[in-house]
Every structure is written in C-alpha cells, then in structure tokens.
Design a protein around this ligand. Structure first.
Ligand SMILES: [Zn+2]
Length: 297
C-alpha cells in the first residue's frame, strides 16, 4: 500500500473522529476508530485522546495480533473488538465504535432496533441487534460482537454503545450516524404511541434495490427467526416485518408501544387510593403530555 493511501486513511480517521465528537456520539476520550491498511497491518486511534481533536500523526499501526508496529502512542483499549471484526469480515476496511446517546439508551433498555420501519435503514443496515454485555476492554466484548458480526454491519452493545463497520472508515462512520438517527426516530414514534411496520414483501423489495444503489447486502433475512439465536454465530438477520400481500405499511399499536392516554387514565382510576399503579414509561409520558395539553387548552 502506498504512503499516499496511508496518509489518506490517517486523514479519514481524523475526520470521522471530529464528526463523531461534534455530533455528541462520544464524551471525553470515548470511542475508537480503525482502518485496514493491508493484509498484515491496520491503523487505529490512540487511547486517552479526545476523538474530536486528533491529528494524523497520533495514529497507531498494529498487526492483526494487536502488536504495535509503529506510532508514539498506545493503541485503543478496544482494539481486540476491532481485530475480531476484521478477522470475521474480509470485506471490511473500517470500524467505528462510539456511545451515541439515543442508540445507547436503547442498548441500556435492552431494546434492539430490529423493527422494519425505515426504508433507508432496511436498505443499508437491515436489523440492528444488541450484542450481549461484556466488560469493556476485556475479551468478553469481542466475543459478544463475534456472534453478530458476520450478518450485521452495525450493532448495539448492551449497556455500552454501538459498533459499525464498512468498506471504508467513512462508510462505517455513516452507519453510526444512521443508527443514531434511526434510534431518535424510533424513540419519537414510540412516544407517540405507535409504529407502522413495513411489510415483509416490501422489505424484500427494498433489499432487492441494494444492488441498484451499490450497497452490499450484509446478510439475508432469517426464514426461521428462532433458529439463529441459538447459533454460535448468526448468519442471517432477524427483522420484525409482518407478512402482508395487501398493504405495504402494517399498522401496529400493540406490544412494546404504550397504551393510549385513555387506557392509562382508566388504569389510574381503577387503582384504589393507596393501591399500586404500574405504568410503562410511554404511558407516563402520554399522561404528562395530556396534562400539559389540558393546561394549555
Ligand atoms: Zn466504548
């Protein structure tokens, strides 16, 4: 690989770090970015540095066992997670790890982003599962990521953050943006009380357009959603998309979404003065919004 290309990758990592910091995807010295240089070496961000203020000379070059090849600083403590991704995905040349607040909120709540609701997300990432909790900087985290990485370009990390990969550093970074954007939209839809799901037929149509947009498909949809969960490594994606030959958007106001305000009110009315009232977060939010509306009217 030419030095010029290496310089270009250094600049790309600096740029991705700056955007990640500016968008609030990381605080303090959080997050890390890496790029494949060739079959023997990769480049990674240094530890203990804000990703918003890096310079190209700060990067660390390591081999695929994690040994330092060159650079004045030490490599990121999450390097083993990056190495695991490169080992499993020969097509990947860039990996980004951050803690974007809304997506991380979903990761903390244990709610994966696996519902078919946005065409763009279905086309680029498909489903976004949650990798099991692993202590940061230990072998647990790469092991948790290993389970999903063959079939997913992005995933949430339980009670931690998110990780994305792609054919370049910027491609991986853009997937991180997409995940956070998707998480924000999902949160608003759930606060509003319902999500219309895109039908499985339409999902297949959208995935069929990937070639047209030049997007490589991470993996096919699972035909048996229960099957891959038990596997050591999942090889297909579980996407919540109901079958429908008549409509492309399937109304869904059950399950994880909150009851309408009226139902929450009757739950309150049904409870005795000293009785226990159980409300979901969505129901409580709906009640507060309703009370504010009544005050305004
Ligand atoms: Zn982290």
């Amino acid at each position: 690989m030419s030095t010029r290309l290496e310089e270009q990758i250094r600049a790309e990592i600096v740029e991705a770090g700056r955007r990640m910091y500016d968008r609030g995807f990381v605080a303090s010295n959080d997050g890390n970015i890496s790029a494949r240089l060739d079959e023997k070496r990769l480049m990674t961000t240094p530890k203990s540095v804000s990703k918003g203020f890096m310079t190209p000379d700060m990067m660390v070059v390591v081999d695929y066992d994690g040994n330092k090849v060159s650079g004045d600083r030490d490599a990121s403590s999450e390097l083993p997670m990056h190495l695991e991704i490169y080992r499993n995905r020969p097509d990947v040349n860039g990996v980004v790890h951050a803690h974007p607040p809304t997506a991380t909120g979903f990761a903390v709540a244990g709610i994966p982003l696996t519902r078919a609701v946005l065409a763009e997300v279905i086309t680029t990432l498909g489903s976004i599962p949650i990798a099991e909790y692993g202590t940061p900087s230990t072998a647990e985290l790469p092991e948790a990521v290993r389970k999903y990485i063959k079939a997913h370009d992005g995933m949430l990390l339980a009670n931690h953050g998110a990780v994305t990969c792609g054919p370049s550093v910027m491609a991986a970074y853009y997937k991180m943006e997409t995940i956070e954007h998707f998480a924000k939209i999902s949160l608003v839809a759930r606060l509003l009380g319902r999500e219309h799901l895109i039908s499985r037929e339409e999902v297949e149509r959208l995935q069929g357009l990937r070639g047209y947009y030049g997007i490589a498909a991470p993996a096919p949809l699972c035909t048996d959603p229960d099957m891959p969960q038990d596997a050591d490594q999942v090889l297909c994606q579980v996407l919540e998309a109901p079958e429908s030959s008549t409509v492309r958007l399937v109304p869904d106001d059950t399950g994880a979404v909150p009851r309408p305000v009226g139902d929450a009110r009757s739950a309150l009315a049904a409870a005795s003065r000293d009785g226990e009232i159980r409300l979901t977060y969505g129901e409580l939010t709906a009640l507060i919004a309703d009370a504010i509306k009544q005050l305004r009217d």
